[in-house]
Design a protein around this ligand. Sequence first.
Ligand SMILES: NC(=O)c1ccc[n+]([C@@H]2O[C@H](COP(=O)([O-])OP(=O)(O)OC[C@H]3O[C@@H](n4cnc5c(N)ncnc54)[C@H](OP(=O)(O)O)[C@@H]3O)[C@@H](O)[C@H]2O)c1
Length: 330
Amino acid sequence: MSYPPTGKARTIVITGGSNGIGHGCAAAILRSLDGPWHVVVTSRDADRAQEAVSRLAGAASAANRVEAMSLDLASLASVRTFTAELTGRLTSGGLPPLYAAVCNAGQQPGTTVSKTADGFESTFGVNHLGHFLLVKELLPVLKAPARVVVVASGVHDPAEHPSMPGPAWNSVPALARGELGPAAASDLPFAFGQRRYATSKLANVYFTYALARRLPAGVTANAYDPGIVVGTNLQRNHAAPVRFAAKHVLPRAKPLLRRFVTKKVYTIEVSGGSLAWLATAPELADTTGKYFHQREAIPSSEESYDTARADELWNDSVELTARSTSTAST
Ligand SMILES: NC(=O)c1ccc[n+]([C@@H]2O[C@H](COP(=O)([O-])OP(=O)(O)OC[C@H]3O[C@@H](n4cnc5c(N)ncnc54)[C@H](OP(=O)(O)O)[C@@H]3O)[C@@H](O)[C@H]2O)c1
């Protein structure tokens, strides 16, 4: 694989580019003529990764390249293996300089509580702690101009989604154990799962703001709300009827959703395209510490501007990820 020496090729890493919004983001970047871009998508599964790369390569512009690497955010050892390999290739010149890390992968829990390989509650562990460690390990190779984009969600904001269980913040070690704050006290299992998800998405926003305050000039961090995106696999951990409705009913009910629930309903192409824009648009070179819905910077929840909490999350995440117990398997 070679790039024109004057072509200023750059690498973009997208966690979870095998499906959904991350896949849409990768497709949009690979179609673009602003590169050359070297896009690394990640997956936990070799077959899904290969299929994604074949689909993406088929639609890529001639100068762009795509490959997949293995990453399981539910294992801090896997995160370390991934970042060590990526860093080695970047520093040896085997990959063009890192331009963007898109923290997109995520999971929504069903009604049961599961743990990561390191013993953290999975929603918090995958959606926050895994990405926290990934970005922290990549900081030495995130040199200006570069950016981090964190995919959060409007569900972190109860004012935005009043009918859904909102976040129930707690101390960070408690959240890592799966213990939410008092708002979750009387939740039934479904609501408790949704609340864990909303809380992890609030953690994504705190993380972005704390990161933006720590990055050197020319390296930016912004959070992203893709809206409600139909046709993704986010409901994979839910019971069969919920999965069925998400896959077959919601995409057809988009106009109804727009009319009666929220106007913020989008396709994978639209939300993935806006995520690609956040990761690459030259006009965003100096924009940092913002929260975007699609391509518009908007305020995040009132609660999300609690700087002391964001710093506490940062410091506790440093400690929790340092104490990881998983062993490398990827
Ligand atoms: N869909 C929506 O309406 C919506 C709304 C707001 C925010 N979001 C956010 O958007 C992001 C993408 O979601 P999506 O809707 O596109 O879901 P999706 O279709 O399920 O895609 C999720 C991606 O994350 C990867 N992934 C899942 N668990 C992982 C783990 N433990 N380690 C590494 N990768 C993992 C999956 O890859 P493999 O399974 O191949 O490993 C997949 O590529 C998430 O952060 C989600 O919270 C989605």
